[in-house]
Design a protein around this ligand. Structure first.
Ligand code: PLP
Length: 248
């Protein structure tokens, strides 16, 4: 079966500035796997930008359930990227994952916007999704909120593989660590100087989902996505919210 028959379904919020969320996911797919069939399901509408605290309104759970079923009804292997999910919707997403059994699911456990405010997500519902996903990609703040420890040899087993973004690294270096069962893989590299563009979490998780849909194993998919994003962030430009956005 070729990658063209695979469906990648991205579920996430609409950030009208285009910095993060589904618009960033679509941009990422166009760069990383334009041959894939793709569907997008809006989980929430958000208002953010210009330093104002973010606000969000999640879809009603029943509506989201219907949208997920509609978008995933075609046959063929299904790959899923989950972004912003409001607290009320995690249960219907969990039920849908159990019913539809995607081949791989990448969860970006979005909790906050970098401008502050609330996006309506809660750690508890996201944790309930862990046993149903192939990879979760929390940053340091999200790891803390989700009660996930920092990666270390011999750490207690996790319910799913974890890509811990921004773990401790030596001066001038950055490191993300994949924890898959007992195995730790460190993606340690030179720090890219400059301001952090918006939406890097969305872009990374989507780039990983693209690589998985193209047949890569989890560690290779993470390595490919991290290398691509390190390069893409150099080309960031100021977006409509006055913050750096990924571009090419
Ligand atoms: N808005 C949406 C819809 C998101 O999915 C995310 C993060 O994934 C954010 C905002 C936060 O983005 P940032 O951290 O760049 O502000």
């Amino acid at each position: 079966m070729t990658a063209e028959s695979h469906l990648l379904l991205c579920v996430g919020g609409i950030d009208p500035t285009g910095g993060a969320g589904l618009l960033r996911d679509a941009w990422t797919v166009s760069r990383r796997a334009p041959e894939l069939r793709c569907e997008y399901v809006v989980s929430a509408w958000t208002w953010q930008g210009r330093g104002r605290p973010a606000r969000a309104r999640g879809l009603a759970p029943k509506v989201l359930e219907r949208e997920l079923d509609r978008a995933s009804r075609s046959l063929g292997p299904l790959y899923v990227k989950l972004g912003l999910l409001s607290a009320e919707t995690t249960e219907v997403v969990a039920d849908w994952l159990r019913r539809r059994e995607p081949r791989a699911v990448v969860l970006d456990p979005v909790l906050n916007a970098s401008d502050g405010g609330s996006l309506g997500a809660e750690p508890e519902g996201l944790r309930a999704l862990f046993p149903l996903v192939s990879l979760v990609t929390p940053n340091r703040h999200e790891r803390l909120a989700l009660g996930l420890g920092e990666p270390a040899p011999g750490m207690s087993p996790l319910p799913c593989p974890l890509l811990a973004k921004g773990v401790d690294a030596r001066e001038g270096r950055v490191c993300d660590t994949l924890v898959d069962g007992l195995e730790l893989v460190h993606f340690d590299r030179a720090r890219v100087p400059g301001q952090d563009p918006r939406g890097t979490g969305c872009a990374l998780a989507t780039a990983i989902a693209c690589a998985l849909a193209r047949g890569a194993a989890v560690a290779d998919a993470c390595g490919q996505a991290i290398a691509w994003l390190d390069h893409a962030r150099i080309q960031a430009r100021v977006g409509p919210d006055g913050r750096p956005h990924l571009r090419s």
